[in-house]
Design a protein around this ligand. Sequence first.
Ligand code: DAH
Length: 422
Amino acid sequence: MQSGGSCIGPSRKRRAQDDKRALIVAYTFPKLTDYSDRELAEAVEQFRLALKTESSEIDQEVYDPALTPAVRQDLLKKFRDRWLGRKSGLFGQLNNLWLKNAPPDRKKHVGQFINQVKQADLPQVEQFVEERDLIAPQSSDAIRSLQVFDDVTTESGVDITLPGIRRPIGAEHPVIKTMHEIVSVFQKLGYSVAEGPVVETDYYNFEALNFPPNHPARDTQDTLFIAGQQAKPQRERLLLRTHTSPVQIRTMEKMHPPLRIVIPGQVHRNDPPDASHSPMFHQIEGLAVDTNITFGDLKGTLDHAMKALFGSSVKTHFRPSFFPFTEPSAEMFVSCFICGGSGRRGAEPCRPCKQTGWIEILGCGMVDPNVFEFVKENGYDPKKISGFAFGMGADRIALLKYGVDDIQLFFQGDVRFLGQFS
Ligand code: DAH
């Protein structure tokens, strides 16, 4: 609503009334006598004052909900004809009245002067009329609702009724999305989430996971070591963790059994980047410790998780393997969810499963009693409890799930790629 006493400035109505008083006689062109610069400047000043006054008046009328749309449109048309009319409009007449009668030696100068005035004012008046063209035909109610913002819009020059700037909503990164999905499958089974540092000590990354110093299995990890650690005892030396398994030990040090955790996180290995390797990637680890945990629990849990992730028709199978921290150890495969286990896609061979019908998804096994020895004082007596563990690469699963053929695409930050996941 219009408030006459707004703190921002006089309302449009008040201004219009003040201007009206000044405009006793309707504006007509003054007759110029000597065409001096001074005379021209004064004439333009009057022309502009008249324009300002009349636009203020018409503005008042176009925004007046007491008038009907037809009357508002009619008044606006009169204003347009008077100022912008092709032949008789006041802008058009500038040429006729001032230029034509100017003495020959002033013609060029007057012509330039008039052009400057037109270039400066004409587009503004045209835009002014165009905008009011949209307002005039509106219902009185619509006009009233616009006037809630009236003073703010006119005084500050910001039209707060315009729609704001929309920022595009980002998408969850496909790897993070996959990790959330996997974690949530286990959370529904009662698992909690644990996390640990990416810069890890040799002790947690290797020693407490039953990799003795100089054990050949350390080589397979292609570790990136932090420089300048030689002076420290080996177990204290820092490195970038090569797997999420150290968080098994860190959590067992803090929490008594029974324990069921999943551990998502970043890991690093000294692998040169190619379509399937990246020196930084992501894993999700799992650990369940309780009395009487068996390999059957491991198989049942993982089989359920794979069906939840890839669809209820996938099958799982386990092959013997070796990890220093589990005994027995296994690699788990799921039937290829791309070709349905047939190894073929129509006439083509199925590439993701290398035509075998099976995809290797994770490593797993029963927690080695030697691992429990490192946390025995916290209730993990291998004679009384048992547990299973598993670890999988999240990036590889995301590649398979979304049919992406180059892991590098995940880490290049190209919005054209990432935008496809929104
Ligand atoms: N840490 C192993 C790796 O990075 C994966 C793994 C295998 C984790 C077996 C486990 C496990 O917890 O039981 O290759």
